[in-house]
Design a binder for this molecule. Sequence first.
Ligand code: PEP
Ligand code: MN
Length: 651
Amino acid sequence: MIVVLSKNVTSHDKELVRIYLRDRGFAVRDQQFGEDELIGAAGKGVVDLRELGLLPGVERVAATSKPYELASRETKAEDSIVSVGGPEGNVKIGGSRITVIAGPCAVESREQIRETAETVRESGAVLLRGGAYKPRTSPYAFQGLGLKGLEYMKEAGEACGMPIVTEVVSPELAVDMKDLTDMFQIGARNMQNFELLKKVGALGKPVLLKRGPSATIEEWLLSAEYLLAAGTKDVVLCERGIRTFETYTRNTLDISAIPVVKALSHLPVIVDPSHAVGIRAKVASAALAAIAAGADGLTVEVHPRPDDALSDGPQSLYPEQFEKLMRDIEALAPVVGKELLRTPRPKAPGTGSPSGAGGASPKIPEPGQKQLTAYNGESGAFAEQALMRVFGEEAPRIQVQSFKGIFDAVLEGSAEAGIVPVENSLAGSIHENYDLFLRYPDIAIAGEVKLRIVHCLIADARADMDSITIVRSHPQGFAQCRNFLDKHPSWTLEACTDTAGAVASIAREGAVKVAAIAGAAAAKVHGLKVLKEGIETNPLNYTRFLIIRRRNSENTGFFESAGSEKPNKASLVFSVPDKPGSLFACLKTMADRGINLSKLESRPIQGKPWEYQFYVDVTIPEREEAFAPAMEELKVHTEDFHFLGAYRGSL
Ligand code: PEP
Ligand code: MN
C-alpha cells in the first residue's frame, strides 16, 4: 500500500500517519517518487482505507495488490516518460514516441565508437549505446576498455549530440561512472544483483533495466522496484529474450511480455532484438514485431564492420541494415499511434528547453509573451494528440474555437505556434485551411505530423450499447464510421463542430442515452468510457497536420521556417496563365532540377468561376542549391505564387 502525502504535509502529520500504520501491523518506509512524498506500507495488517485517506496530510491511498508498488500501474495510472541527458533531459522515452538506442556491443576504440555514433545518428538513433565493461560468459573473451572506453563514448556522444547509455557491472564502479554516462544499463546477468540495484538507484540517474534470461515478469518488476525505492524515478524496462528450450535463436524474444508489463506497470518498455535473437538476419523482424506489440523503443547493436567486431559481431547490424530498419519503423509507428523520435522533440513553445529540430523556428521569445501552441477543439481532440506528438505531452497549449482562430493567435503572438489539419487520407484536403494560408501571408508552415485516426464509441460509465439512442460527432466522424452506424439504424445522429466537443457535451449533461464518436483520448480526458474501439470503416485513416509559425521577418529565403534539421519538403500554391502548356512549364521546371512532386491538386479559385489554383507539395532534393532557383523560375511561369514553407516531412 502506498500513502501519497499532500504537498504541504507537516512532519507532525507525517509521523501520525506512520504511527497509525504501525499500530495496525504494517512496516512503513518513507519514499520520494518524483515530486511526491510517499509512505510505503507492507504487511498483513488490516486498515480502513477511507479512514486512512481522511488523516491530515494524506492526499490519497493506493492499495496495491502487487508486491511491487512504485513500479505498479495501480500506484500511477499514466505512462511514465523518462528523460535522458542534459539538465533538461533532451531525449524522452515513453508516451507517444518510439525512441531508438543504437551502437556497438562494446566500445573497441575511439575511432570505432565515433564512426558508429555518426552512422546511427544519421539514420535517426537518438541515444548511443556501447559497453565499456562487458560481462562476458567466458573470462577469456574481450572484457571491454573500462573507463577509457567510457571516455571515448562520452566524447562520441557529445560530438554527435546523443546522450549515452552503458552497462554498470559493480556497485563500486557506479560512482566512478556517474558523471561519464547519461543513463546506466543494468545487464541481464545483473538484474537480481540487489546491491548493484540499490547503489545505482540511489544515484538518481535514469536506468535501463534488462530482464534476466530466466527472470519472471514479477521478478523483473521487483528489480525495478529496488531501483525506484532507492531513489531514481527514471527506470526503463528492456525485454532482451529469455532462456527457453529453443536453440535456433540465442534467446527467445518474449513479445507477450510487452503488453503484459504495459498493463502491470507505468514504466516505459523497450526491446533489445539483437541479444534476443542473436542472428543479424532476424533482428529487423523481431524489432518490428516489438514495435507492433507496443514497445516504446528499441536498443539495437550496430557495428560499422560487424565481421571485425570484438563482441557480438554475428548479431550486429551493418549500418545499411539499420538505416532500412529505421525507415520501416517510421512507416509502422503511426499504425500503432506513435511517432519515431528521430531527433529530440522540437522545443515546445513555453517549455524553456533548447530549440530542436523538426520544424521549430529558433525564434527568441519576447519577454511576457505567452509561449503556447494553439489548436482547435476541446481537450482530447485529435489535433491535441497531434500537438503532443510533436511537442510532447507537457507542451503548454490553448484551445481556440475555429481554424481561423489558430492563424489569428499565431499572427497576433498570443500563441507561438499552431497546429492545423490539412488533409485526411480518406476525405482529402481541408480547403478551409489552405485558403487561410493564402489569407495569412505572414504565417508559414514549419513542420508536419501524420496521425492515425481511430474512432471509438464513447458514453457515460452507466451506458451500454442497448441504452444508446443518440450519437453525436463531427460529420466526418459519422462518414468514417458508416458501416458501424449502418448496423444501428435506430440511432439518431446529431452533428457537432468537433469530435471531442461531442464527448464533452455528454460529460456535461451526464446523459446515458447519448454516445459520441471520437478518439479514445477524448473519453479519458472527459471521464467517459469507451463502449467500442476501432469503429472506423477503413483502418487506413490518417490525418495530416501542419505546424504553423509566424514568418521570420529577418530571413525571407525559402528555408526561413525550417528548424535545425534540414527541410526535405515544401508546400506551394499557385495558379497558371490560361494558355497552352502553362502548367507543363511549371512541371518541367521542377522535373529538370530533379524536384519530385508528392502532391498536385487543383481547386477552384474563390470568386473566379472556372479558374483553378494548384496545391503542390515537393520533395527538396539532397542538392538543395537547385531548389531556390527552381522556385524563382516557377514564379515566372505562375500567376499567384505562394510559398507556404519548407519543413521536415513525416512519412
Ligand atoms: C548488452 O546490451 O551489451 C548486453 C550484454 O546485454 P544483456 O545484458 O541483455 O545480455
Ligand atoms: Mn552485446
